[in-house]
Design a protein around this ligand. Structure first.
Ligand code: LLP
Length: 386
């Protein structure tokens, strides 16, 4: 089994808090996908928004994956990391002109367009460069992902994509937008999805949508089903690798591809979450009147997921093997929401102990802020600390 390894002796010399990425866990995760021997017409684009650490990008790029970007900054980071532009997809409800121009200049694989005004602007900017932009329509399939409301994206109440009832109208406009080449359809129903029925339901909806295009004799050359596969935050040691096999099998079994069609995935969290930990030091153990607080030098400025989504992250004391006690594990930020876990069983803890907050490789470092004028966390990889 792949297990994160912590070089605690090396950690002693590094100032905390910092992110630690175990690249062996990342490599093993990627090789689990490779071992599935996916059909040749399946293409995975790594969702850059999860983590853009250059060492991580290097490992992922070397597997041959493409990149899924949601900003000009991410497009540039993908290009700089060596992802071929021909494997870059670009989504987002609010693409600025400079971002569209950057994507046009690099001739990326495809824009995932989310509204009529956006299609018109891409058409106009492509025309001024005398180019044709490849576009897929991001369709809001109104399929529930049964996940946290902040990371649900595929319901008609969400801001993302073109609603089903507007689809006919949008399709009728396409022939007028002569600097666009319509190539595909795109979906993304949400994130941290562990129940595969959500993806099965998406497949059923995609088949219905394909029929709409078929009856209009419009060819779809690629289908992009987005990302969203969840990871096991409770037991990262026992389940370090997400359910890739069942995930891809769901699409293999329920989404029939036509000859020449390609199927695209935009996986973020499932690729990088388990290789990362936020390493922090205990500043104080404070006896409250009803509870004991472990006060860390890391706060929600370093990892915002617990405060923003009430997300659970496993916490381990790397310096203690004493019997466990019940603690509230909190950060130093001046906000009551700066809590990593309440009533958490941790080996008896004292000032100076090193703490690992697990499964923090996705949406951790990249969502860090400088609130309270704190420094952004540094990051180290297992390769560097060998
Ligand atoms: N494609 C699109 C269009 C997306 O919006 C997202 C994530 C992905 C792919 C990648 O999804 P993944 O495979 O990572 O689930 N900050 C939140 C997660 C936000 C996800 C936003 N979109 C968190 O920490 O849980």
């Amino acid at each position: 089994m792949i297990k994160a390894h912590y070089p605690t002796d090396k950690f002693q010399q590094i100032s905390t808090p910092f992110y630690y990425y175990d690249l062996d866990v990342l490599r093993s995760t990627l090789s689990e996908i490779k071992m599935l021997d996916l059909p040749e017409n399946y293409m995975v684009h790594y969702a850059m928004k999860a983590n853009v650490n250059p060492s991580i990008l290097e490992v992922i790029k070397n597997t041959g994956f493409g990149a899924d970007c949601v900003s000009g900054g991410e497009i540039q980071a993908a290009i700089d990391a060596g992802f071929p532009a021909s494997k870059i997809v670009f989504a987002g409800v609010g693409k600025s002109d400079w971002e569209i121009n950057l994507a046009l200049d690099h001739d990326i694989f495809c824009f995932n367009a989310e509204s009529v005004p956006e299609l018109e602007v891409i058409n106009e900017l492509a025309a001024s460069k005398n180019k044709k932009a490849r576009v897929a329509l991001r369709i809001n399939p109104d399929v529930s992902a049964h996940t946290h409301k902040y990371i649900t994206t595929g319901l008609s109440e969400n801001k993302f994509g073109i609603n089903m009832e507007d689809l006919d109208h949008v399709i009728s406009l396409l022939p007028k937008l002569t600097h666009l080449e319509f190539t595909g359809i795109h979906f993304h129903i949400g994130s941290q999805i562990t129940d595969m029925t959500a993806f099965h339901n998406l497949c059923v909806r995609i088949e219905e949508i394909q029929d709409i295009f078929n009856t209009k004799n419009i060819e779809i050359t690629h289908i992009n089903v987005g990302g969203g596969l969840g990871v096991n935050y409770e037991h990262p040691n026992h389940f370090p690798v997400p359910e890739f096999e069942t995930y891809f099998k769901t699409f293999r079994d329920h989404l029939g591809l036509k000859p020449g069609q390609t199927l695209h995935f935009e996986l973020g969290r499932s690729i990088v979450a388990q290789c990362g930990s936020l390493i922090s030091r205990v500043l104080y153990v404070k006896e409250g009147s009803t509870r004991k607080f472990v006060i860390l030098d890391a706060g929600f400025t370093d990892l915002i997921r617990p405060a923003l989504y009430q997300a659970y992250h496993r916490i381990e004391n790397l310096s203690s093997e004493k019997p466990t006690c019940l603690y509230d594990v909190v950060g130093p930020i001046c906000e009551s929401s700066d809590v990593f876990a309440k009533d958490f069983m941790l080996n008896e803890t004292k000032r100076g102990d090193l703490i690992a907050i697990r499964s923090a490789g996705a949406y951790g470092e990249i969502m860090a802020s400088q609130y309270n004028l704190r420094s952004l966390p540094q990051a180290y990889t297992s390769d560097e600390l060998k």
